[in-house]
Design a protein. Structure first.
Length: 307
């Protein structure tokens, strides 16, 4: 009598064959970019794993809409200055600035540690809103030195302190010192959503220790602590989005998204963890809910000294 596998086992067996074929092709064709800052390989089409993630998520639109509203309230005069720490390819900020309808002569300093992304960012600034003036600086936040002070500083999904929360007070204190007397710091980080859970579970398995990633709670706790000595008005905003992982239709892209989340090549992940990853995604029907949270800390005392 012929045995019949349950549907989920058939799916696992099929996906494993597809993955094996994909990995063989990928090892021959994949082109790698700078891997010194983050996980930035591109496939043969020139797309990074992060860009693959964005194609299956509405996060960029949802989040840029909220950030646009925040910037619209903060950038109210000509010639105001913005420092964006970790600009990436610039698309997120571009969309946000368009939705904010920023004043003319808004001065943008775009800090990007990845050489590859910094080069692409220079090209992207040509599509920024008319009247804005952008300057791209290829530097890490630690190495960045300036005498300028800014009206707004934006830090969006940048892994400051490498997930060591005890280092955040010194880092945020230094960044607050780059603000003008009534300047505002905008920090964008995840809430405790499905993606946070995914990273916590599987990075812990891969690293063999309890992995802990930063969330907006860490940022707010740190800013509240600093507000005892640096007068700050802290407000919160959220943008809810969904990621649809194409685990049935496009296993290649699904794997790229997993690699982006875990900062690990698929062929470096043990088989048992690969199976657990796919099982997790299947149980969610491929839909991972995620929340961008915004903490806006505005200096409230125009006569205060730099922290």
């Amino acid at each position: 009598m012929e045995s019949v596998l349950p549907n989920h086992q058939i799916w696992v067996a099929l996906s494993q064959r597809i993955v094996q074929s994909f990995l063989f092709t990928r090892l021959r064709k994949e082109v790698f970019m700078s891997n010194q800052i983050g996980f930035e390989y591109s496939n043969e089409g020139g797309e990074t794993a992060f860009e693959t993630f964005l194609r299956y998520s509405n996060e960029k639109d949802k989040s840029s809409e909220v950030l646009g509203r925040i910037l619209n309230r903060l950038l109210v005069e000509e010639g105001m200055t913005v420092l964006d720490i970790g600009s990436g390819n610039g698309e997120y900020l571009r969309l946000s600035l368009i939705k904010a309808k920023i004043p003319r002569k808004t001065m943008l300093t775009l800090l990007e540690p990845s050489k590859d992304l910094a080069e692409r960012l220079i090209v992207a600034t040509k599509q920024f809103p008319d009247g804005s003036i952008a300057k791209v600086i290829h530097s890490t936040p630690e190495d960045f030195v300036t005498e300028d002070r800014f009206d707004v500083i934006l830090i969006s999904h940048v892994p400051l302190a490498k997930n060591q929360a005890d280092k955040l007070p010194a880092i945020y204190r230094k960044i607050l010192g780059l603000l003008k007397p009534r300047g505002s710091l905008i920090i964008v980080l995840r809430g405790k959503d499905d993606i946070h859970e995914f990273r916590t579970v599987f990075k812990s398995q891969l690293m063999g220790i309890n992995y802990r990633s930063m969330t907006i709670d860490d940022a707010v706790e740190t800013l509240s602590f600093l507000a005892k000595s640096v007068p700050l008005n802290i407000s919160m905003h959220t943008a809810k989005a969904e990621l649809h992982v194409p685990y049935c239709d496009n296993i290649r892209d699904a794997i790229s998204i997993v690699e982006f989340f875990l900062n690990k090549r698929w062929d470096e992940i043990p088989n048992n963890i690969r199976e657990a990853i796919m099982s997790y995604i299947r149980q969610k029907n491929g839909v991972l809910k995620h929340i961008d949270c915004f903490a806006v800390a505005r200096k409230t005392n125009p006569f205060m000294s730099a922290p």
